[in-house]
Design a protein around this ligand. Structure first.
Ligand code: GDP
Ligand code: MG
Length: 741
């Protein structure tokens, strides 16, 4: 019978044989979508983003028996509601791009939960083929699934397979070459709901000029009753507000009758359908034995042991990221230093040389130096995710984070933020709810990153006793954490309130991840970082360089340069008096004095240039704003340059205080800061606070924009950090002065 159908299909569509066939892979996270995708498409794949959002999109194509097949890896979802962007993307893709076939990967060892998505795909009317994956795992547990019976009951082909080994791949591809018709599953939602669905369909049919949305009227009616915001808008737009009013009235009546909301009732009914289905097709071992997962979970999600273990796991991740990353990061730093040296020698002391060395290599190299940390972090995250532990982590932390009005999963990115805010914000991708994600992104920069440490060390070292310096620095970190918690609460309850994702605390089975899948997951993320942070950064780095470099001329330049030549001539003269070549290692007090005079004049010139550079002018322009919090224009420039990267604050202060920024000069800088009357222990502390609270560095801003996909939130982040930093510093500075500090 099946073969007949295949023949008929082949005969009726002879021309189509040359057309590429589009195949979408849909399934729960961790069901094996990527594994299947990789075995099918091999190297011919392309990773990008879905339009307008930051959900990863993987596409590939390959030839199978002379037919070109285009595969799209849809985002992993448990459902097709409008709760997360992944779900909306998957649903929209199927409805609007209408792939020839949707291969629904179902984890056979976790059939019940996986079938929830299947049921929705079938309700949508998608041309579904079920790839019943991980039958090896199911069999290992003694679960036997009658896949033929499952296919019959659902009305779609079901192909058992083991994606990891490639078993069942050919059977699957044979089925794909003969795409099934659109599915026609109708779940019976019970008398009351069916009644309401029918009435809503009637309203749509009564509007003859307007076709029902893709997926059909029944599906749209079900979605409406599920309070799906996307469908509400869609239907209101095409059928007018009446249909939504009608739905609300019908839903209210049902809620009165059944004492439960329609949304819950629909979900319950679907699960009821699945339970019935499972009873028909699954036979379990007679004795319901405890699985390995149950045993591990007894420890890892234990009421008392779960949290300590979780904290340990996170601590280990955090430690590995920054201790194992330190050495390679140093090497990369050295490499970029060497590269800078090579180009400096090649291009000389020219404008182009400065642009390449300071702007391009200094700017982009600085960010790429974080790559080892990024790789280690993403390796750890991929491990935690692929094993299934991440789901437990959220499960354990959910209660604690709920008190802070944050999602359980927010905990992970915040912890990462102590190292670097850029990967911290990227780690928010594990959050499904957009609002949770935005709140976490907004407060993540308050977790003081490693780049800010040099600033604290410099200032605390210069203005506090060695015994107090450690506590001073610790207090800054603590203030950051407290602000993060406090503001997250405010943002989540005031700015981004309501609409929390009903968080299904699913506990997927533990699985031993393959090295290949972990490495692949790690690399995919790392590559995005290299590519996008690299390109975005390059342009901003060049801009910053220009602001500090231009204009090259400044008032009084000629006189200063004449003085420089005079001093240089004096050095040469002294050298010839001594009978030595200039630059040779001359041990003569007078000679050294003269050399120092030249260096001093060079510093004078560069600081005059700095004062009149665009950045310098901005520094002097913003001075009135900084005055109430105790800073002058020079600190202003340092803070502006800190936008490029927080460490830069230290090196800019070095240039400003005309001592250069080389390592041996740092004690001189300490002395120069102490000598500047503007600096007291109070201003130093306020400057540390400002560094902590003010707008994050440009790499972070770029990543905030990329991850929120919104200029509005990026602007908000910049705005609130600026206001927060200023207000807190004002209060501390003025308060400190009042009490006589
Ligand atoms: P996705 O995120 O849904 O695309 O799932 P992945 O492709 O990342 O697979 C999740 C994990 O399941 C990986 O560690 C795979 O190696 C593993 N996996 C995939 N298919 C099978 C299978 O058929 N059997 C077993 N035992 N493991 C599998
Ligand atoms: Mg995947």
């Amino acid at each position: 019978m099946k073969t007949n159908q295949a023949d008929n299909a082949a005969k009726s569509l002879p021309r189509d044989r040359n057309r590429p066939l589009t195949m979408a892979i849909a399934g729960n996270p961790n069901a094996g979508k990527t594994t299947l995708f990789n075995t099918l498409s091999g190297a011919r794949q392309h990773v990008g983003n879905w339009p307008g959002v930051t959900v990863e999109k993987k596409e590939g194509s390959f030839d199978y028996h002379g037919r070109t097949i285009h595969i799209v890896d849809l985002p992993g979802t448990y459902s097709l509601t409008a709760y997360s962007m992944e779900e909306v993307i998957a649903r929209d893709y199927i409805l609007t791009e209408t792939p020839d076939v949707v291969v629904n990967i179902v984890d056979a060892s976790n059939l019940e939960r996986n079938l929830y998505l299947t049921v929705q795909l079938l309700e949508l009317g998608a041309p579904v083929i079920i790839a019943l994956n991980m039958v090896d795992v199911a069999e290992g547990r003694g679960i036997r699934i009658d896949h033929n019976q499952l296919g019959t009951l659902l009305g779609v082909p079901v192909i058992p397979m083991v994606a990891r080994t490639g078993k069942g791949r050919d059977e699957l591809m044979r089925a794909v070459l003969d795409p099934p018709p659109p599915a026609q599953l109708r779940v019976n939602y019970g008398r009351d709901l069916e009644n309401a669905i029918q009435k809503l369909c009637g309203t749509m049919d009564a509007s003859p000029g307007t076709p029902p949305p893709a997926g059909g009227a029944r599906h749209a009616a079900v979605k409406l009753l599920e309070n799906d915001s996307v469908y509400e808008k869609k239907l209101r737009d095409s059928f007018g507000p009446d249909i939504v009013d009608r739905k609300n009235r019908l839903a209210a009546r049902i809620e009165q009758t059944l004492a439960d909301d329609t949304e819950t009732l629909l979900v319950d009914r679907r699960y009821g359908y699945i339970s019935g289905l499972i009873r028909e097709v699954v036979s379990r071992p007679a004795m319901d034995k405890r699985t390995m997962t149950d045993n591990i979970d007894a420890v890892l999600t234990h009421r008392a042991l779960g949290l300590p273990f979780f904290i340990f796991a996170m601590w280990a991740t955090f430690q590995a990221t920054f201790t194992l990353g330190a050495k390679p990061m140093e090497w990369l730093d050295m490499f970029f230093g060497w590269l800078g040296g090579v180009f400096a020698a090649l291009l000389g002391d020219t404008l182009i040389g400065s642009m390449v060395v300071d702007g391009v290599i200094g700017g982009v190299g600085g960010v790429l130096s974080f790559l080892p940390n990024i790789l280690i972090l993403f390796f750890a995250i991929a491990m935690l995710e692929d094993t299934g532990y991440m789901a437990r982590a959220a499960f354990i932390m959910d209660k604690v984070m709920h008190k802070l009005h944050l999602h359980g999963k927010s905990f992970i990115p915040l912890l990462v933020g102590f190292g670097c805010t850029v990967p911290a914000i990227m780690a928010t991708r594990t959050l499904e709810n957009r609002k949770d994600r935005i709140v976490t992104i907004l407060v993540a920069p308050l977790m003081s990153c490693g780049a800010r440490l040099p600033v604290y060390v410099l200032l605390a070292g210069a203005f506090f006793s060695p015994a107090a310096a450690g506590n001073v620095i610790f207090s800054i970190y603590l203030i950051g954490i407290l602000f993060a918690i406090f503001l997250a609460r405010i943002f989540r309850t005031k700015l981004l309130k309501g609409d929390t994702t009903p968080f299904v605390m699913e506990l997927p089975p533990y699985r031993m991840p393959t090295l290949k899948s972990v490495l692949l997951h790690m690399w995919e993320r790392a590559w995005m970082y290299i590519k996008k942070a690299g390109t975005t950064l390059l342009s901003i780095a060049l801009l910053m360089w220009a602001l500090i470099t231009f204009p090259l001329t400044f008032p009084g330049q000629d006189a200063m340069e004449r003085e420089l030549s005079r001093r240089a001539a004096a050095v040469e003269q002294r050298a010839s008096e001594l009978g030595a070549a200039p630059g040779a290692d001359i041990k003569d007090a007078r000679y050294n004095e003269l050399v120092e005079a030249v260096e001093e004049q060079e510093r004078e010139i560069s600081s005059a240039q700095l004062r009149h550079s665009l950045a310098g002018r901005v520094g002097r322009f913003i001075e009135p704003v900084l005055h109430p919090i105790g800073f002058d224009w020079k600190t202003g420039i340092a803070l502006i340059s800190g936008f490029a990267a927080k460490e830069v604050i230290v090196s800019t202060m070095g240039i400003i205080y005309s001592v250069g920024s080389s390592a041996e000069a740092s004690s001189e800088l300490t002395g120069a800061l102490r000598a500047d009357p503007i600096f007291t222990p109070l201003t130093a502390y306020v400057l540390m606070l400002f560094t902590l609270l003010t707008i994050p560095c440009m790499a972070t801003v770029a990543v905030i924009h990329r991850e929120t996909g919104s200029w509005k939130w990026t602007a908000f982040s910049l705005g609130y950090h600026t206001v927060l930093a200023w207000v807190v510093c004002f209060v501390v500075y003025q308060g400190g002065r009042l009490i006589g500090l």
